[in-house]
Design a protein around this ligand. Structure first.
Ligand code: ASP
Ligand code: MG
Length: 472
């Protein structure tokens, strides 16, 4: 059996048209002899809206919460009606959707009375998104002659009880997932399940954290020893740079897990690589694909980096960053200073991106945020503090820079006209990052791209698109 786990994000199931496209993509895999397992997110924006309903209820705004729920009910019913033409099937589905929303409304009413939103109740509320989307998708597939069978993720994606960010219990998942899904696959059926949702050992609904459907995809792929895991989203894959900034940007055909991880931490939003670790551990390739452009082969993420002629795979930029310079002569020869400093960031729940130190100074970069003045005030009890916003971090990633001489010189030569504030080369040796003024960021990316992607290796980058654009 050639099992392929196909995960579709919110935009791939956002309405009847998107679900129709998704069905066609899955039918295409069945037609070439694959055995798909389909994992879907909630319809686009539904998770946010369910969380808003929960917050409204807990804040005592009962009618506001019920109004959100009522709009969601209509949206799901309308989508179901559009997709399922068979009368009996449609009736059953609509009844089922109504039951779920009735139950949801009960919870919202109760919550408005109790006014305390616990993580456990939040998970129960938010789980409706994936529970309902997966049912609608199952029915839509059946209508389109895909022999789909719904599977409730909560029966085999087992986690601890850390509601809202539950940790998968791999032993249980590895055992139960094949038990639940293999019989369907052996019968030639296509299992369809919700991502993100799970349950603890007591059977209470948990979730894997925001964006957790990719994680579900990887867990299922790992447990079934799938041939590939496909992450269907709404972009063509990982690009060498943001195409809006750099029209020459190329699609990266193949990238290592480590490289993709570095990019993601710098805001390349294709997927969160920690979530595909279960796949990487088992050496299962993950393919990122575009459900609006299914003919494009996307980006393949594999364990070991492919060798290319260009030292870099991609340039990522993170804007709206601030730099904080902390200067203290008191710091000289003292210890415990850095930990006091980091404790202040911790207290304000402010994550740090980059750090550089000298004997008397420390510079850190953080997302520009409203608590910077408070952080600076706290820090100024330890040292002299200056902070400055409107900065950008540029992160260049590539496995081939490991141990290569002269790369830094080439990088900084390409942007010699730009003022660089801070530099770091990560211990992973596959990323080179630096900080510049936000206003210089686009120009820096274009110069760097022109330098390093002049003659891209066709084995690693999609050069066909560029050739077509210049008429070659
Ligand atoms: N629906 C969930 C979210 O929006 C999970 C996911 O889509 O991955 O976070
Ligand atoms: Mg997502």
């Amino acid at each position: 059996m050639k099992i392929v786990v196909m995960k579709f994000g919110g935009t791939s199931v956002e309405d009847a048209t998107a679900i129709g496209r998704t069905a066609a993509i899955v039918a295409g895999r069945v037609a070439i002899g694959k055995s798909p397992v389909v994992v879907v997110s909630a319809m686009a924006k539904v998770t946010d809206q369910l969380l808003r309903a929960a917050a409204a209820s807990a804040g005592g705004d009962r009618s506001g919460a019920l109004a959100i729920s009522s709009r969601l009910r209509s949206r799901h019913r309308d989508t179901a009606c559009e997709l399922v033409k068979n009368d009996a099937e449609r009736k059953t589905l609509i009844c089922w959707i109504d039951e779920k929303f009735d139950a949801l409304d009960e919870v919202l009413r109760g919550l408005a009375a109790i006014r305390e939103l616990t993580p456990r109740i939040s998970d129960l509320i938010v789980s409706h998104g994936e529970r309902i989307s997966s049912r609608i998708v199952t029915a839509a597939f059946r209508e389109r002659d895909i022999d789909a069978a719904h599977a409730d993720a909560r029966e085999f994606i087992i986690t601890d009880s850390e509601f809202q960010k539950a940790v998968p219990l791999h032993e249980h998942i590895e055992k139960k997932t094949p038990e639940k899904l293999l019989p369907h696959l052996r019968d030639g059926k296509v299992p369809v399940m919700g991502g993100f949702i799970a349950s603890n050992e007591a059977g209470l609904t948990t979730t894997l954290g925001r964006g957790g459907s990719d994680y579900t995809g990887a867990l299922v792929g790992g447990a079934l020893d799938a041939e590939t895991i496909e992450i269907w989203t709404d972009v063509d894959g990982i690009m060498t740079a943001d195409p809006r900034v750099c029209p020459d940007a190329l699609r990266v055909k193949v990238i290592s897990f480590e490289e993709a991880a570095e990019l993601a931490y710098f805001g390349a939003k294709v997927l969160h690589p920690a979530t595909i670790l279960p796949a990487v551990k088992k050496n299962i390739p993950v393919q990122v694909l575009n459900s609006r452009n299914a003919a494009c082969e996307g980006t393949r993420i594999i364990s070991l980096a492919p060798r290319g002629k260009s030292p870099f795979k991609s340039i990522a930029v993170k804007k709206k960053v601030s730099i904080i310079d902390i200067v203290a002569s008191r710091m000289l020869m003292s210890h415990g200073y850095l930990s006091q400093m980091f404790a202040i960031f911790d207290k304000h729940k402010c994550p740090i991106d980059m750090v550089s130190t000298s004997e008397v100074s420390v510079s850190v970069t953080v997302d520009s945020n409203s608590s910077l003045p408070e952080i600076a005030a706290d820090l100024s009890r330890l040292a002299d503090v200056k902070y400055e916003g409107k900065k950008a971090l540029v992160c260049m990633v590539g496995d081939d820079i490991r141990g290569q001489n002269g790369i830094a010189a080439q990088v900084f030569n390409a942007i010699r006209h730009i003022n660089v504030r801070m530099i770091s080369q990560g211990a992973s040796e596959i990323n080179m990052s630096f900080m510049i003024d936000e206003d210089d960021a686009d120009e820096a990316v274009r110069s760097l791209h022109a330098t390093f992607f002049q003659n891209p290796d066709p084995a690693v980058f999609d050069v066909e698109a560029r050739k077509a654009a210049i008429g070659g």
